[in-house]
Design a protein around this ligand. Structure first.
Ligand SMILES: [Zn+2]
Length: 535
């Protein structure tokens, strides 16, 4: 106890001494309301968000903070993928693949995989179960938490709880070949035993295989596999330990059985019917629909090496997916983002959710506030607000209008640490010079200087700052007889951006209406440079 107190106070001291960062953002998404706030400053300290304020106000409150200027990018909270499989080579789904990979190899692949999730803005993942008897997913979770490896925060299920010959029975060998697999359970008591094994070694979630599935040669996805009693026993044991239960359920009967047993989330729900949707709505059961992995399998399965029997299954079930998802939306089910595939496909799940009937904002909410609520961490993460962990993602464009903007993640911060920064590699628009400098001289009477100064800082330059293609600005002033000369220097990355601001064919002389009466005279030059930025 004594050492715990010492450690805690050391941590608090370190957090206090840590330098603060001030993230400047042209726009920040309020993910609950779906509104953007312009020119914001996010003060980050000790891995958390200390404040979110208009930039000038944030700056004066944190004058010592190092500024991270995100220019014209749009800033969102970090995303969560709530149906991930982290271990091994995620591009190899062949039956032999897992047999040739040791637990240690699978975990090292996992280290590499985690980076891919981070690169796409996913700062949280829920592992939806593995077949690794050594629980490599828990090792990854601990490695990230201790800072040994870089990756999203991990919440992890244990091994698949499945009946013999069910969707999670990863032994596809002939009857007279031997292979040890974990968590096969054919009675309620056997379920209790394997659930306890998962909990003993650190499972945050229990993963049940409620029905058959696609990627195995023997199961029937329309059939219930675990019995009602088995599912109920798993829920009882897990909930008593304060952990949650997720259920792979594709056929209508299995979905309803799992919901009636009180599970926390339904995975896939591919054949959800009216009765099932009504049950889920009433019970508040979460749905993780994993739409794209089915679409991808049905279209590309041959190339991916899916066996013919699996390819036939995915091509049959896909016709049920669209109507089922529409039912889920009509019943206002609580929907959470989950990919269930290799992380290079993450942006495509956003697109699939929108094609399926969600608005872009709802798809973003599925990966942020909804996900964190399901995980039980909505007070900690999922939105950009004071006190929450500093998980930020920056993209070009407006993803609440077009989710394809999420394909190009430029910047990622996780718990206050910059884990991706591709700002310098953002190319200048094609055929344009990389930097254009506008120099504007305006003269005011001495008595008007303060008012003009305020106008420049508070209204004119921040207004320019929100224009696409703009790079930064300076304000200089000096006395010139009974006048004060103001020099503003602004940088742009294209003539088109200047024209967007000043009007077609014009690259000079725009006077802000509020400033006109303060100016005695003015002149301006706009000149291009071939520039190199040295950070
Ligand atoms: Zn899965």
């Amino acid at each position: 106890m004594r050492s715990a107190i010492v450690l805690l106070s050391l941590w608090a001291a370190a957090a206090a001494a840590e330098p603060r960062a001030l993230v400047r953002a042209a726009r920040v998404l309020d993910v609950q309301k779906g509104t953007w706030s312009a020119d914001q400053g996010i003060v980050v300290a000790g891995g958390r968000i200390e404040s979110v304020l208009p930039f000038a106000q944030a700056r004066s409150g944190a004058p010592d903070a190092a500024i991270i200027d995100l220019g014209d990018l749009s800033v969102l909270p970090g995303f969560a993928d709530c149906h991930a499989h982290l271990l091994g080579n995620l591009k190899d789904i062949s039956a032999i693949g897992s047999l040739r990979m040791s637990s240690a190899q699978g975990a090292i692949w996992g280290v590499s995989n985690l980076k891919e999730w981070l690169d796409r803005g996913f700062t949280t993942v829920r592992d939806a179960g593995e077949i690794d008897g050594a629980y490599g997913q828990f090792a990854l979770r601990e490695g990230v938490a201790r800072g040994f490896i870089q990756g999203p925060r991990i919440y992890a299920a244990g091994s698949y709880v499945t009946v013999t010959g069910g969707h999670g029975d990863a032994n596809q060998l002939a009857a007279d070949q031997r292979l040890d697999r974990f968590n096969l359970a054919d009675t309620p008591d056997a379920v209790a035993t394997v659930v306890r094994r998962d909990l003993k070694y650190g499972a945050d979630w229990i993963k049940l295989m409620g029905t058959g599935g696609i990627v195995d040669p023997f199961s029937d996805y329309t059939r219930e596999e675990l019995s009602d009693e088995q599912i109920a026993r798993a829920v009882e044991v897990a909930h008593r330990a304060g952990r949650r239960v997720m259920v792979h359920a594709e056929g209508t009967g299995g979905i309803k059985a799992a919901v009636r047993a009180g599970v926390d989330s339904i995975e896939h729900g591919t054949m959800l019917d009216e009765e099932g949707a009504a049950l889920m709505e009433k019970g508040g059961t979460w749905l993780v629909p994993t739409l794209y992995t089915f679409q991808y399998g049905a279209e590309q399965g041959e190339k991916l090496g899916l066996e013919p029997v699996m390819l036939a299954k995915v091509r049959r079930i896909i016709s049920a997916q669209g109507p089922a998802f529409k039912r889920a939306i009509a019943h206002h089910l609580r929907i959470v983002f989950g990919l269930d595939n290799s992380p290079d496909l993450l942006p495509r799940e956003f697109a699939a959710l929108v094609r399926g009937g969600m608005t872009p904002l709802q798809a973003i909410q599925a990966a942020t506030i909804n996900a964190q609520e399901m995980l039980g961490h909505a007070d900690e993460a999922g939105s950009i607000a004071k006190g929450k962990v500093a998980d930020l993602v920056a993209v070009r464009g407006d993803p609440t209008r077009d989710v394809s903007a999420l394909e190009n993640v430029v910047f990622v911060m996780k718990e206050g640490a910059v884990v991706k920064d591709a700002r310098a590699s953002v190319p200048a628009p094609k055929g344009e010079h990389p930097m254009i400098m506008r120099v504007w001289h305006g003269w005011t009477k001495t008595k008007d200087a303060e008012e003009y100064n305020r106008l420049l800082r508070d209204e004119i330059l921040p207004g320019i700052h929100r224009i696409k293609g703009y790079g930064g600005s300076w304000v200089l002033r000096r006395a010139a007889g009974d006048e004060v000369e103001f020099v503003t220097i602004t940088t742009w990355d294209s003539w088109a951006a200047i024209e967007e601001f000043a009007g077609k064919g014009r690259t000079k002389s725009v006077i802000h209406p509020k400033a006109a009466h303060l100016l005695t005279r003015h002149d301006e030059q706009s000149v291009h440079f071939d520039a190199a930025w040295v950070p």
